[in-house]
Design a protein around this ligand. Structure first.
Ligand SMILES: Cc1cc2nc3c(=O)[nH]c(=O)nc-3n(C[C@H](O)[C@H](O)[C@H](O)COP(=O)(O)O)c2cc1C
Length: 197
């Protein structure tokens, strides 16, 4: 392992924050999002079952359909001003679990591993985004006429970041993310002294 790789990996993870507001011109294409999923194929999987399936959305009609399904920054409540049309994501990857391969309830860890791998692949190509679980999964499945065995797990949203975000050590267990008066988004992370025991 070279320290140069370590430093850039550390930087990649630390700067890979959840971004919810975007500007145009991300350069996202179906091919680029496909390449991210192609990287996720190489991650570890429960008994190597690989129970995940993906759908990629970059067409305007699909973007318009998916955006209103998503619930953004629930903790900010009415402080989060919903994105203007031009500030919306320019692509999505939806992750599904396939019960023909592994029961849905056994796929959660695989979903997490693949989701973050994709987010890091995106960040490494200059694309930001957000993992979203807060959407009506039954309604989304219905809209896609999914077969019984497929169940939506997460939607990953992508675009060019238009946000200022800072990570800081959480104090006194206060981990709720918040925005300050300059619209800077703060993400408190529990300090190392509190998480290794
Ligand atoms: C499994 C999972 C589900 C999430 N679902 C949502 C969501 O529905 N809406 C949203 O705005 N953010 C969602 N997030 C983003 C988290 O709010 C975010 O990771 C957290 O605030 C910490 O910020 P950070 O990603 O910059 O570290 C989700 C993140 C994860 C890992």
């Amino acid at each position: 392992m070279s320290f140069q790789n370590y430093d850039s990996f550390s930087e990649l993870v630390k700067t890979s924050r959840s971004v919810r507001r975007f500007s145009k011109g991300s350069g996202i294409t179906r091919e680029l999002l496909t390449a991210f999923v192609d990287i996720a194929r190489y991650t570890p999987a429960t008994a190597n079952f690989q129970p995940l399936k993906y759908k990629i959305f970059t067409e305007k009609s699909d973007l318009d359909d998916i955006f209103p399904r998503l619930k953004w920054a629930g903790l900010l409540k009415d402080k989060f001003v919903l994105q203007k049309y031009d500030e919306r994501p320019e692509g999505y990857i939806a992750i599904f679990t396939d019960s023909n391969i592994l029961p849905h309830e056994k796929c959660g860890i695989d979903v997490g591993i693949c989701a973050q791998t994709i987010m890091l692949a995106a960040k490494a190509s200059g694309i930001s985004g957000c993992i979203l679980a807060a959407f009506d999964k039954d309604a989304f499945a219905k809209s896609l006429s999914l077969p019984e065995n497929l169940s939506p797990a997460l939607i990953l949203a992508f675009g060019k970041s238009a946000e200022t975000i800072t990570v800081e050590d959480a104090e006194n267990g206060r981990v709720a993310y918040y925005r300050d008066e300059n619209d800077v988004h703060h993400v408190p992370k529990r300090p190392i002294s509190e998480i290794i025991f």
